[in-house]
Design a protein around this ligand. Structure first.
Ligand code: C2E
Ligand code: CA
Ligand code: CA
Ligand code: CA
Length: 278
């Protein structure tokens, strides 16, 4: 009857209010975090599979919340994407990654490539100019920087997206296609994208070498990369068996807990020095 329906409505709207309040709390908090130094980057090394050298790192954002502690990106990036705040987060991340690269360059560390994740909403006509400006302000060669983009970025207006990609690669910054195979992939467009690297998603790495489907998918991605003259990296490598499979299949680079978790800047620097020490 009416009463039950009324209760129902009240229940749901209260529930929704709580959800909205939670979202608004995160949004307000994140907006403040951007300005008051609560965001930070961790760096997960990427290794050459052939010689075991660190050739780069992926910058991964975290939020050091005064009450909640270290908040993982999964708890705020999706909301930031929904609200558009991810654009400001992305600006902060690019700035922080380049500032760090400059410090490592000044410290005489081996030159590496720092990868920054770029969400679809950031992939606009103003991005190439901002990338170039940031590199110039920090006095960095473009080879210090890589942008990881996902298939969702490519779904939008293909010609517009390719135009932006071309402007980024013209600077000398490389692009890698993240989480490859998990989203909407159009192989006919793939050949038109000026990308350097395909990244095998952790959801495929996880089943290697026991799951025949994951093996087939990983081998196919490696083969496509080779045919298209792209490099290929596997993320989420946790076991020596996964590593052996990937090496045998011709994968170029690896990243994962088997080698290192995402590290604080100082710990990454130490790992880099140790890895390159003669
Ligand atoms: P992603 O780009 O696919 O990043 C890889 C995620 O897998 C990272 O989680 C990393 O810590 C985790 N990972 C790496 N190796 C292993 C492994 O061997 N085993 C397991 N279980 N996990 C591994 P994280 O740092 O929590 O980031 C999650 C996602 O948040 C990222 O997924 C990315 O989509 C997003 N993200 C992180 N930083 C940024 C950023 O600065 N901007 C944007 N737009 N998104 C970001
Ligand atoms: Ca990534
Ligand atoms: Ca992934
Ligand atoms: Ca991703």
């Amino acid at each position: 009857g009416m009463g039950t329906d009324g209760d129902h409505v009240a229940f749901y709207s209260q529930d929704m209010n709580q959800g909205m309040q939670e979202r608004m709390r995160i949004e307000t908090g994140l907006r403040a975090a951007l300005g008051n130094g609560e965001l930070l980057l961790h760096y997960q090394p990427k290794f050459c599979i052939e010689n075991g050298k660190i050739i780069g790192a992926e910058a991964l954002v975290r939020w050091r919340h005064p009450v909640r502690g270290l908040v993982p990106p999964a708890d705020f990036i999706p909301l930031a994407e929904a609200t558009g705040l991810v654009v400001q987060v992305g600006e902060w991340v690019l700035e922080a990654a380049c500032a760090q690269a400059r410090q490592w360059k000044d410290a005489g560390l081996p030159p590496i490539r720092l990868a920054v994740n770029v969400s679809a909403r950031e992939f606009t006509a103003s991005l190439p100019g901002r990338v170039q400006d940031t590199l110039e302000r920090y006095g960095l060669e473009p080879t210090w920087l890589e942008l990881e983009i996902t298939e969702s970025t490519l779904m939008h207006n293909i010609d517009r997206v390719i135009g932006i990609m071309d402007r980024i690669t013209a600077i000398g910054v490389t692009l890698s296609l993240d989480d490859f195979g998990t989203g909407y992939s159009s192989l006919s467009y793939l050949k038109r994208f000026p990308i350097d690297t395909l990244k095998i998603d952790r959801s495929f790495t996880i089943g290697l070498p026991s799951d025949a489907n994951d093996c087939a998918i990983a081998n196919t991605i490696i083969s496509i990369a080779q045919q298209l003259k792209h490099k290929v990296i596997a993320e989420g490598v946790e076991t020596v068996e996964q590593l052996a499979f990937l090496k045998n299949s011709g994968c170029d680079e690896v990243q994962g807990y088997l080698f290192a978790k995402p590290l604080e800047a100082a710990a990454f620097e130490e790992a880099l020095r140790a890895n390159w020490a003669p």
